[in-house]
Design a protein around this ligand. Structure first.
Ligand SMILES: C[S@@+](CC[C@H](N)C(=O)[O-])C[C@H]1O[C@@H](n2cnc3c(N)ncnc32)[C@H](O)[C@@H]1O
Length: 402
């Protein structure tokens, strides 16, 4: 019988035992299926998740729960609920904590699939979007991924090895560049593009991708994407135009030649004037635990001196309140050396997790449900969200110019 009224997502979460951090490998697949199933009731995508979602409910002996009558409208009491009346669908691969997802939701899209294997990132993702990412992308068959218009991925950079790759025919098919990527995470993007044929994609990586392995990695990436039938556009852009952080990343946009013609035009957005300063992202009352201990501060100073003597530029980075910071990295939790905040009469301090969120352009309602160490890792790995939103706006505009 259909129920009337709405139920809160937090209630569903509680009775479904959505504890992403404690989830075992199998149950986390179930949780991912179930939460994707709940979020995709209205767009023809739920069929991809239905059987696994019900399997999970049966195994957890939850099928009879009244709240599972999903005809009930759900009140999404998460900061970034699914987009209503979306203009397009996208998937969020190597999702981290969802920097791409916020950006593309704000451009009017609906996320229909997400994958991120780190348990702690999954926890942050679920708290903010009400959806548990699927785990290891290498274990997900491309046919189990719903149809989508745009594929998004900030994928880890790995060298392509020529080992085991020969140019001779195998299974009656000539080897191409695609085969050189086998076994890498880029290959997982390739096989999904090949089968699902989204109209467009946006990939992100470190600036050094271009020079990685003497240029070979980037050459293979470009050639593979072209071989798949996409026109390629790439540009290195700096997050400092949106936040007080120097963060250069390469963005690669692609458009299906079958849809947009052999040389689809695409322009990355003009960058606004960089007028953001560190002072703007600092919190007022900061816990003394973020102040460096005498021991660590001495260590960092000695380390810097040693390297200066050798003519190296390595060392800590004391932030200028009226300037921008260095690039925050995933190892910020180790000693905070790359970005330290000076303090009157005290040792400098690290940024707080909230300040790291702001440094990546995340709004203050973004929930940080994990330890400081995990939060530093997650924000250090993430993207300057408003930069991705600006690029995304152009990708979406182009998407509809067929
Ligand atoms: C550079 S980060 C991307 C961060 C993301 N763009 C964000 O805004 O937070 C790459 C992510 O890929 C994840 N990852 C690496 N290998 C993976 C795999 N085999 N399956 C799923 N996720 C993976 C890592 O845990 C990491 O969070």
């Amino acid at each position: 019988m259909q129920k009337k009224g709405t139920i809160d997502y937090s209630y569903i979460r509680k009775i479904l035992n959505l504890d992403t951090q404690a989830a075992t490998k199998n149950s986390s697949y179930g949780l991912a299926s179930l939460s994707h199933y709940i979020q995709n009731q209205e767009n023809g995508t739920k069929k991809y998740f239905e059987s696994e979602a019900y399997k999970y409910l049966e195994e957890a002996k939850l099928v009879e729960e009244p709240a599972f009558q999903y005809q009930i409208p759900i009140k999404w009491d998460v900061p970034f609920p699914p987009t209503e009346n979306p203009k397009f669908k996208f998937i969020d691969l190597f999702a981290g904590i969802g920097g791409f997802r916020i950006a593309f939701q704000r451009n009017g899209g609906k996320c229909v699939f997400t994958s991120e294997w780190d348990k702690f990132s999954q926890k942050t993702y679920e708290a903010n979007f009400g959806e548990v990412p699927f785990g290891d992308i290498q274990e997900i068959h491309e046919l189990n991924i719903p149809d989508h218009d745009i594929l998004l991925a900030g994928f880890p950079c790995q060298p392509f090895s020529l080992a085991g790759v020969s140019k001779k025919n195998s299974l009656g098919r000539a080897h191409g560049f695609r085969d050189e990527t086998q076994g890498t995470l880029f290959f997982d993007i390739v096989r999904i593009l090949e089968v699902k044929r989204p109209k467009a994609f946006l990939l992100e990586n470190v600036k050094n991708l271009v020079s990685h392995d003497k240029g070979k990695t980037f050459r293979i990436i470009k050639d593979t994407l072209k071989e798949l039938g996409y026109s390629i556009h790439f540009k290195v852009l700096d997050g400092k135009h949106f936040v007080p952080q120097h963060r250069e990343r390469i963005f690669i946009a692609g458009f299906d030649k079958q849809v947009y013609g052999p040389e689809a035009e695409f322009k990355f957005p003009e960058m606004p004037k960089a007028n953001h300063i560190v002072r703007d992202i600092l919190e007022k009352d900061v816990d003394p635990k973020y102040t460096l201990s005498d021991k660590l501060w001495k260590y960092l100073q000695d380390y810097a001196k040693k390297h200066q003597a050798k003519g190296n530029g390595f060392g800590y980075g004391l932030a200028d309140f009226d300037g921008i910071t260095r690039t925050i990295s995933a190892r910020y939790h180790k000693d905070g050396a790359e970005i330290l905040i000076p303090q009157e009469g005290k040792n400098p301090r690290r940024l707080t997790p909230r300040e790291c969120a702001r440094l990546q352009g995340y709004p203050d309602d973004f929930i940080i449900p994990v330890s400081d160490t995990q939060a530093y890792r997650q924000f250090g790995n993430s993207v300057v969200m408003p930069l991705v939103k600006a690029i995304g706006a152009n990708v979406v505009e182009r998407l509809f110019q067929v």
